[in-house]
Design a protein around this ligand. Structure first.
Ligand code: URA
Length: 471
């Protein structure tokens, strides 16, 4: 039996696994151990032995993503399982990457569970503001992820919280950001050092607000628990309110006050079926009933992304326009027509891309009889990032083309400027982003030559995306 001791992370496993395959070590002949799980046991070091040639195995992009995601699955046997998958692939068994294969199915299930935990982390981490003068991070949060997604989630927040200092503590360790550097500490008890339980003023505001938006008439307890799992409630300030609000709702209390408040609101009435009810903003049951921000009030409907989950290119716009809002489909108005023309010039058929928007409801202001597009606020972009995240996970696109500044900011935060990114290829997680102008920008230009230059830049970006996605 070969003992292979590694750090408990994907990079360490990958290096050791490639080495073991080069040494033709069959899966059943290896005892995978992690240094973290049993510290001090492996000083004799079973670290990968050097081989003459750097071992290389070409795996499909899909399998690489599955392996990477499944590596976060909390199970001490995962490294040996992943090795078995890789070994079988290296032996030419391509079926191992398919859900029809027993190992393939298990791998997909693990990856899916991890992605769910990643979503949960983004949706349910609530930072509490602290007194930074005491040397503590300005924001702290407690979260109990189902899988080992702390480092992944920490990168997500690091990209979005600017220079703020923060800490996310979990039962197994913590992520800390000092405004510049991210550090992952795999040790317990950090939460107690930073007092994640002290409520702050912002939290009191949020609680009052949450109470006021909680609509007992639309309560669907099963949906509430499914989408905001009970185990996360204790990390959420509003979690403490839920049992009482649910019990009040059962008793019919507050219904009158709620009806008055709802009655006083402007905007058009949108029918929400009881089974679709989503009393809270952070656990929407579907995009159609999303209330994470207020844009739904004046929109006809939410506009879903369109295209196949297998598309290799995702085009990310800003928000639906007037015609998209009426039709319920992205890019069907004038900007869509210009985009179609650019796609045709670049040899990128619409059927082969996935089209979506950073914000899914139309934001507008009245101008006479017309509904004039209004740029969404960053807060609205952030509220809608829940849906974009889901698309990024569900659509296997290798390349994302961001159209305009809002789409770019949806991925990289509002500090990312279009002028610094246009024409550049920037890595984003396991994808590549090509930034370009929004087609509406071309439509707004009166000067024919300037308009053609903008369209040419969009065509060039699409062309580049086509090339990158074919690699
Ligand atoms: N502009 C966008 O950004 N998206 C659309 O769907 C339509 C116009």
């Amino acid at each position: 039996m070969h003992v292979i001791s590694i750090d408990d992370d994907f990079a360490a496993w990958r290096a050791a696994a490639l080495d073991a395959i080069a040494r033709r070590l069959a899966p059943e002949s290896i005892d995978w151990r992690t240094a973290q799980a049993e510290p001090g046991l492996f000083n004799e070091s079973a670290a990968p032995q050097k081989v003459d040639q750097t071992p290389q195995i070409r795996v499909s992009r899909e399998l690489a993503t599955l392996l990477k995601d499944a590596a976060h699955f909390r199970d001490s046997r995962r490294w040996s399982f992943l090795y078995r998958v890789l070994w079988r692939w290296a032996q030419g068994e391509r079926a191992v990457a398919s859900a029809a294969d027993e190992d393939g199915a298990r791998l997909s299930k693990m990856a899916k569970a991890v992605r769910r935990a990643q979503h949960d982390m983004i949706a349910y981490v609530r930072f509490r503001q602290r007194d930074a003068a005491l040397g503590a991070p300005e924001y702290v949060a407690w979260h109990e992820p189902d899988h080992d997604v702390l480092a992944w989630g920490a990168e997500h927040f690091a990209a979005r919280m600017g220079k703020s200092t923060w800490l996310i503590a979990t039962p197994d360790g913590a992520a800390m950001f000092d405004g510049e550097h991210l550090q992952i500490e795999r040790r317990r008890a950090l939460a107690s050092e930073h007092d994640v339980d002290t409520p702050d003023a912002a939290e009191a505001l949020w609680m009052t607000y949450y109470r006021s938006i909680f609509n007992p008439a639309r309560l669907n307890e099963a949906a509430l628990e499914q989408h905001m799992p009970v185990r996360f409630w204790k990390g959420l300030p509003e979690g403490a309110l839920i049992p009482q609000l649910v019990s009040d709702a059962r008793g019919g209390a507050r219904r009158v006050a709620q009806a008055q408040r709802v009655g006083a609101l402007g905007g058009k009435a949108v029918q929400v079926e009881a089974h679709d009810a989503q009393p809270e903003r952070d656990a929407p049951t579907s995009l159609d009933t999303c209330r994470r921000c207020d844009l739904w009030r004046n929109a006809t409907q939410a506009v879903h992304g369109a295209g196949s989950a297998d598309a290799r290119i995702m085009l990310l716009g800003e928000q639906p326009g007037d015609q998209e809002d009426l039709k319920g489909e992205p890019f069907v108005g004038p900007a869509g027509q210009l985009l179609d023309e650019a796609m045709q010039r670049a040899g990128v058929p619409r059927e082969q891309v996935y089209l979506t928007n950073a914000v899914k409801h139309f934001k507008w202001e009245p101008r006479g009889k017309r509904r004039l597009h209004k740029t969404p606020a960053q807060q609205e972009v952030e509220a809608c990032s829940y849906w974009l995240e889901r698309e990024l996970h569900e659509v296997g696109a290798r390349v994302i083309v961001t159209l305009g500044a809002t789409a770019l900011a949806a991925l990289f935060g509002r500090r990312a400027t279009l002028s610094a990114h246009v024409g550049r290829v920037v890595p984003y997680r396991d994808k590549l982003v090509v930034a370009t102008y929004h087609p509406s920008y071309a439509l707004r230009q009166n000067d024919e030559a300037a308009r053609e230059r903008t369209v040419a830049a969009i065509v060039a970006a699409l062309d580049q995306a086509r090339e990158l996605s074919a690699r």
